[in-house]
Design a protein. Structure first.
Length: 326
């Protein structure tokens, strides 16, 4: 009886061990089934980046790519109607030859139907927001734009696709700003006094970025974005920037709600005056990768006169030409 129980116990243990082994094998298979097997005899994958992004000096705003900079890359490849992950959130840096490469060398596929590359910067900000990489879909991430000046970060993204017969010696990544920059400058003829602050109310702070469209959706959680200025206007200082390209206000791309306002606190010999302005349709439309430039003046009746135009981030060519102006 004892021997029979012992044998049965051994069978059960063997059965359990077998199940564990099979499960481990299946997990390994699942983990690797979407990873592309590379051929080291093929051409190495290297990158180039757009030289100028914006002439901005604030540390959190990206201006140009330096020799010690790094960004991260994700890549998917489609072969025989099956999508696989080629590069999974790997760092890219500049080597001694001046080429931008991943730490682990990757190679062009033997054959492909489609090859996609997705770049993002800064990795420290976005790495943990891209929670999973799925071979069959473009990456997405949720992002919150801080309304604290010191915590605003200029995030960049790039996407390039190669078809069946397309090939590049070096893959060009055209990074673009993913948020909207707000510049504010004086218009001619403003009342003499001090512009203490400017704010934009009811601007959504949270959204989802999708590399498939290079656009935002699901914007929510409105906040007020403000900037302390304390700028003394002479009334003849039209063109002077209060919120310049060197330190723009960053907002999530969106269409501002009808409840949004542009508020200014102005002070003169009569005291403080808080003025509110309802944005026009153009001023409500915040376009990713572009800047909304506001020109303001305070009238003798303590009202705001405001004109605007949508322009490139002041970089001389990230996006080509003005989108529209009014």
């Amino acid at each position: 009886m004892f021997n029979k129980v012992k044998i049965e116990d051994m069978k059960i243990r063997y059965y359990i061990q077998t199940l564990i082994a099979v499960a481990a094998l299946m997990n390994t298979s699942c983990a690797n089934e979407n990873e592309y097997t590379e051929n080291a005899n093929n051409k190495p994958i290297e990158f180039s980046v757009n030289k100028n992004i914006a002439p901005i000096s604030r540390a959190s705003i990206k201006t140009t790519w330096g020799d010690t900079d790094q960004f991260n890359i994700i890549s998917m490849v489609k072969t025989d109607d099956v999508w696989s992950i080629l590069i999974n959130k790997e760092s890219v840096s500049k080597n001694s030859d001046g080429n931008w490469i991943t730490a682990k060398q990757h190679y062009w596929p033997n054959q492909k139907q489609q090859l996609d590359f997705y770049g993002y910067y800064p990795a420290a900000t976005l790495e943990n927001l891209i929670t999973s990489v799925i071979a069959t879909q473009a990456p997405t991430f949720n992002y919150t734009v801080s309304n604290e000046e010191s915590n605003q970060v200029d995030i960049l993204g790039a996407h390039v696709t190669y078809g069946n017969s397309q090939f590049a010696t070096t893959i060009p990544l055209e990074f673009q700003h993913l948020q909207t920059a707000i510049y504010v400058k004086m218009a001619d003829g403003s009342k003499v006094g001090t512009i203490k602050s400017i704010s934009i109310t009811n601007a959504n702070s949270v959204g989802t970025f999708d590399y498939a469209t290079m656009g935002w959706s699901n914007q929510n959680t409105p906040l007020t974005y403000s900037r302390t200025l304390n700028y003394a206007s002479s009334g003849t200082d039209g063109g002077t920037y209060l919120v310049p390209a060197t330190n723009p206000l960053l907002l999530l791309p969106q269409t501002l709600s009808d409840d949004s306002r542009i508020n200014i606190v102005f002070t003169d010999t009569e005291g403080d005056h808080t003025m509110s302005y309802a944005p026009t349709a153009l001023q409500k439309t915040l376009v990713g990768g572009y800047a909304l430039e506001l020109s303001i003046s305070v009238t003798s009746l303590y009202t705001i006169e405001l004109t605007s135009k949508v322009i490139n981030w002041l970089d001389g060519g990230l996006t080509n030409g003005e989108l529209k102006s009014k």
